[in-house]
Design a protein. Structure first.
Ligand code: ATP
Length: 271
């Protein structure tokens, strides 16, 4: 198993934001136990954009949910910002973007984005300031008074990103946020997300099924193999920070995409 980036980061002396060692998760179901994650070792460092890619059911969402303390591992250890996942959740260490935008239909966009701030007890003036700034950041300035159903799917997903960012967490966990969108909108949002990441330098863990999306966005790609979900390979994606959409036609991009595809195939054991 390769972890190309680790040596570089270890040399820089910065500790990992996420550190998983021998992580295991077995779901106890009515029928038979489901071994969702097996022996996951993974370090993710500050400012990285790491994608988790793998076949359906390989445990990508489960791994993200374990990091977010929404599932409990049955073995191994995990730290998030040097804390237990439980402590990190309570310290609001991360923002979470779900597959579906999951906005409340009866609240306006600004009220949806403000929800975490209300829960955290921010006063009204500060809430307005943060909501406006984050709607602006995701290109939704002027749409705060609309209701979710008045916005396109892509705009709703942007609003859910603004909601995840509004309290300025250093870590963003994103579970296939653009999976349900058409390709043109997805391309556009990929480019926007990359700009946003370059501007904010947040650490991002991003789940996707799409090889081009993973290569376009990531600094490293974690290729997972089918159940029980294991890390098959970690691939460095050193295309630099400046990535216009046309980069997807370049030999460097295609070479990395090819490596990811080969990794997925080898992990599957088709050959
Ligand atoms: N709460 C649960 N109880 C029992 N089994 C579960 C539970 N959550 C997930 N699983 C199982 O664990 C495995 C991993 O699921 P997970 O959703 O993490 O996969 P995934 O890689 O994200 O899949 P997809 O790409 O289809 O979203 C699957 O077999 C799934 O059915």
């Amino acid at each position: 198993m390769r972890q190309d980036g680790d040596a570089v980061h270890a040399a820089s002396g910065s500790g990992p934001v996420i550190e998983a060692r021998g992580l295991d998760l077995v779901f106890q179901t009515g029928d038979s136990p489901v071994h969702a994650l097996k022996d996951i070792d993974l370090d993710i460092f500050k400012g990285e954009f790491v994608s988790l890619i793998g076949p359906s059911g390989c445990g990508k969402t489960t791994l993200l949910r374990v990091i977010a303390d929404l599932e409990q591992p049955t073995g191994g250890s995990l730290s998030v910002n040097g804390m237990t996942p439980d402590a990190a959740r309570q310290a609001r260490a991360y923002g979470y973007v779900f597959q579906a935008a999951a906005l409340y239909p009866w609240r306006t966009i600004e009220k949806n984005v403000a929800l975490p701030l209300e829960i955290m007890g921010f006063d009204r003036a500060r809430r307005k300031q943060l909501v406006d700034a984050n709607l602006d950041l995701v290109g939704l300035a002027g749409f705060g008074r609309k209701f979710p159903w008045q916005l396109s799917g892509g705009m709703q997903q942007r609003a859910s990103i603004a909601r995840a960012l509004c309290f300025d967490p250093d870590l963003l966990l994103m579970d296939e946020p653009f999976g349900a969108l058409d390709e043109i909108v997805r391309d556009h949002l990929n480019a926007e997300l990359l700009k946003l990441w370059a501007k904010t330098r947040k650490t991002v863990v991003f789940v996707t099924h799409s090889i081009p999306e993973a290569v376009f966005l990531s600094t490293r790609i974690v290729v997972m193999s089918p159940r029980p979900g294991r890390i098959h390979e970690i691939i460095d994606c050193d295309l630099g920070p400046d990535r216009p959409l046309e980069i997807r036609e370049t030999p460097e991009f295609l070479a990395i995409a090819h490596r990811v595809r080969e990794g997925l195939r080898a992990g599957h054991g088709y050959d």
